[in-house]
Design a protein around this ligand. Structure first.
Ligand code: SAH
Ligand code: SF4
Ligand code: F3S
Length: 474
């Protein structure tokens, strides 16, 4: 392998973000380093998502762009990984014959071997085999140099829930949990390299370890909480049916566990929830949210909503809107239902027409806008600890920072709300190093659509000490 640069394009959920990082680590060991410029790359990886038709279309249009690149530079290696690779396998090669490797979701660790095989024997290489265990990467894999204090750690793979609309069980396979000692070891490595916040990943973290007889998820959280140097813990996703009191109590018990839960409800109609095979109803869901709020006051609850599931009537959808306003989510991710191959729902009758789905989606988002605005208004005057992660979007747009002046910094509260605030910078701070994970108390003054604005308390304190300059609380 003579290549030296790799470009990765990641579509989809945090599982893919994590797998992309694994692929980059393995390339790094082979002295192939990441680049942000696709034209410079000798290896191009696209990590794909199949959750909705739109995500798959993104994959096709990206591969379409690669056709021209591959014509100009045939030596470039093209690797398609992730859920579309898993689902389509050799069909992808039929459609895009220039692909060198189709790397299924269980084959990420075999990437180096396949690159070598490609050099030796030519291609294409296709691996969509599903394995029953999770192969561990060597514990001494290099932690990639990234200017971020927050990382994801996969704790389990696959899903056994088979919600009728969802492709994940087919493309990620059955649920398997990693051993707690491997997870702890990986987090220790990250913390050792300066990471302050980890997000534990699984399609349903609540059932972590149950099948394998490992420690329970709340116990795993306790072990992670004990790690010195780590400041914040988050996790996604919790299936409402399995949200136990033990896990709820973790929010009160564990000082590092952030006061936020992503609890996808999907629909507010019991009839639709049953058709989705979600195994809870709106009453159980709302009861759990109430309990969580009693245990951990101020907890931010976010959710996923599907608009226009087959058979969803206007009345069903009104119940979703009603649940949204009753619960008062902090934030929602809303999607128009999309037929996925192999799923039971794709064969359900009474498909909702696209314009109706679109209209319901619009209403869900509009309703949430009002709810978020009200919730944010209630935060004005309160003080939150914000982990400083970088410049605000405004600051980035205005082109970085030069001399003594106010700068706009940005970070997140434990509730996962983005907060921007001013700091006073001294000296040239074009190259601020945000990796300290400084936690700054900020008093909220203003609410925007998706973020909050505030003033840092304790003026005069040093926030960050960049190379050649310093930034103080304004
Ligand atoms: N494991 C997580 C979610 C994984 S997929 C959970 O159980 O909640 C992320 C979100 O995509 C889902 O919560 C759902 O809202 C949405 N989604 C999944 N399949 C979909 C489909 N076929 N059409 C539209 N949205 C879908
Ligand atoms: Fe898909 Fe349901 Fe599994 Fe989530 S729990 S990944 S929605 S099947
Ligand atoms: Fe997409 Fe696969 Fe994640 S389908 S949402 S990338 S598990």
């Amino acid at each position: 392998m003579t290549s030296s640069k790799v470009f990765v394009h990641t579509i989809g959920c945090q599982m893919n973000v994590y797998d992309s990082e694994r692929m980059l680590q393995q390339m790094y060991v082979l002295s192939v380093f990441a680049t942000d410029v696709m034209d410079d790359a000798d290896v191009i990886i696209i990590n794909t998502c199949a959750i909705r038709e739109k995500a798959v279309q993104k994959v096709y249009s990206f591969l379409g762009r690669l056709t021209a690149i591959k014509r100009k530079r045939p030596e470039v290696r093209v690797i398609v990984a992730g859920c579309v690779a898993q689902q389509m396998g050799s069909h992808l090669i039929q459609r895009f014959p220039f692909i060198d490797i189709v790397l299924g979701t269980h084959a990420v660790h075999r990437l180096p071997e396949y690159l070598k095989r490609l050099d030796r024997d030519g291609g294409p290489v296709i691996d969509t085999e599903m394995t029953a265990d999770i192969p561990e990467f060597p514990a001494d894999m290099p932690v990639l140099p990234q200017n971020t204090v927050s990382r994801h750690v996969t704790i389990m793979r696959g899903c056994d829930n088979f919600c009728t609309y969802c492709v994940v069980p087919y493309v990620r396979g059955r649920e398997v949990s990693r051993r707690p000692e491997d997870i702890i070891c990986e987090i220790k490595m990250l913390v050792g390299s300066g990471v302050k916040e980890v997000t534990l990943l699984g399609q349903n973290v609540n059932s972590y370890g149950i099948k394998e007889g490992l420690v329970s998820f709340p116990r795993l959280l306790r072990q992670v909480n004990d790690l010195i140097g780590l400041e914040r813990i988050r996790f996604v996703t919790s299936h409402p049916k399995d949200l136990s009191e033990d896990l709820m109590n973790s929010f009160a018990r564990l000082d590092k566990l952030c006061n936020h839960i992503h609890l996808p409800v999907q629909s507010g109609s019991n009839r639709i929830l049953a058709k989705m095979n979600r195994k809870y109803n709106r009453e159980i869901y709302m009861d759990k949210v109430e309990k969580l709020r009693a245990i951990s006051p101020g907890i931010a609850v976010t959710t996923d909503i599907i608009a226009g599931f087959p058979g969803e009537t206007d009345d069903d959808f009104e119940q979703t809107i009603d649940l949204m306003t009753t619960v008062g989510f902090d934030h929602i991710f809303a999607f128009a239902y999309s037929d996925r191959p192999e799923t039971p729902a794709s064969r359900f009758p009474e498909k909702v027409p696209d314009p109706v789905k679109g209209e319901r989606l619009r209403r869900a988002l509009e309703t949430q806008e009002g709810i978020t605005r009200q919730a944010y208004d209630r935060l004005i005057g309160q003080v939150f600890p914000v982990m400083v992660e970088g410049y605000s979007k405004n600051q980035i747009k205005s082109g970085g920072v030069k001399q003594l002046h106010y700068i706009e910094l940005s970070g997140r509260t434990p509730e996962n709300r983005i907060v921007n605030f001013h700091a006073l910078a001294q000296g040239p701070v074009t190259d601020i190093d945000f990796s300290s994970g400084r936690i700054q108390n900020v008093k909220i003054e203003r609410a925007c659509e998706n973020s909050l604005w505030g003033t840092a308390v304790d003026p005069g304190d040093l926030i960050i000490a960049p190379k050649g300059g310093e930034a103080y609380v304004a």
